[in-house]
Design a protein around this ligand. Structure first.
Ligand code: UDP
Ligand code: MG
Length: 311
């Protein structure tokens, strides 16, 4: 009998947990040819999330929990789940029911009946609920990263997926601190089949993501999966050197022929501003990589567990 482990990261989700359990238990009962393990990760919630999870864990033997010592972020929560689960197949799901549990049945059928497929993921192709600005930047991000990185990032991909044990073990071997899952899932390779759906509304609670968090997350993705910006910085530097050589020659010739009029101050100031802007920008890019390297070499743990019902 196969066992499916479901990892559910939760951050301040006291309202969503009972609703989620009600929906997921319908599927668990329906798919009675498989065993289930439901792992809630309490990511340092400051509401009654842990209490709600413990209530479930007391009466339902399939419910496991891991509770962090503070908020480490969804990426860390997913990692902890992957580290502990024991299933032959592993799914990651949001607790707000934006990842519809009923899809699990189809995902399992696909992965089970097709040896070539190691992962079934869900993606959306409609971002109708995003505002104009978010849509614009989302599209821009995928365009930039697909040009810069060899690792493929699938536009609209959710974290909701069902993976084989083999793929889970591969992801577990990536112990980097700055985690960008979309890239990591793709980096390990294997064959992913994508199902398309429309993301439903959040059923309870509210999202913790705002525009700036998403923007920072996008930058994290770029820094983690490509060093092309560093190359661009060097390239821009070279172009400006060449340009200045040409400019110097032109200026010398011009001065020799026409003498040296004193005007030209405004253009000089503009050039100075422009060039120092570019320099600062390029230094900033290097700083961004340096800071990631810095956090990486410290080798701090990705998460710290305060309590769990795993033995
Ligand atoms: N989450 C988490 N830690 C965090 C933020 C979010 O574990 O620091 C969980 C959250 O409880 C939810 C999932 O990650 O189950 C997705 O979060 P959310 O619904 O806010 O994101 P969205 O669906 O808007 O992308
Ligand atoms: Mg959500």
């Amino acid at each position: 009998m196969d066992k499916i482990s479901i990892i559910v990261p939760c951050y301040n989700e006291e309202a969503a947990i009972p609703l989620f359990y009600r929906e997921i238990s319908k599927i668990i009962n329906k798919m009675n040819q498989v065993k289930f393990e439901l792992v809630f990760i309490n990511d340092g919630s400051i509401d009654n999330t842990l209490k709600e999870i413990k209530v479930l864990a007391k009466s339902k033997k399939e419910v496991k929990y891991i509770s962090f010592s503070r908020n480490f972020g969804k990426e860390a929560a997913m990692m902890a789940g992957l580290d502990y689960v024991t299933g032959d197949f592993v799914a990651i799901m949001d607790v707000d029911l934006q990842d519809p549990p009923e899809k699990l049945e189809e995902m399992y059928r696909i992965i089970k009946n097709n040896d070539e497929i190691d992962c079934v993921g869900l993606k959306t192709n409609s971002h109708d609920d995003y505002g104009f600005i978010r849509k614009f930047f989302t599209n821009l991000f995928y365009k930039i990263i697909s040009k810069m990185s060899k690792t493929e990032m699938v536009p609209g991909a959710r974290d909701f997926r069902l993976m084989t044990r083999q793929m889970v073990d591969a992801i577990k071997s990536l112990r980097e601190y700055n985690r960008y899952s979309k890239g990591l899932f793709s980096f390990v390779g294997f064959n992913t089949k994508w199902l398309t759906y429309k993301i439903p509304e959040r059923k309870a609670g509210e999202t913790t993501w705002n525009f700036f968090k998403l923007f920072a997350y996008a930058i994290d993705g770029i820094l983690a999966f490509t060093t092309t910006p560093l190359t661009i910085a060097a390239f821009v530097g070279v172009i400006f050197c060449l340009f200045s050589v040409i400019a110097i020659i032109i200026i010398i010739i011009k001065t020799l022929i026409f003498g040296d009029p004193v005007d030209g101050w405004p253009s000089l100031v503009c050039i100075m501003f422009f060039l120092s802007g570019i320099q600062l920008f390029c230094t900033g890019i290097m700083g961004a990589y340096l800071s990631k390297t810095y956090t990486e070499v410290k080798k701090r743990p990705i998460y710290i567990i305060k309590e769990t019902n795993y033995k």
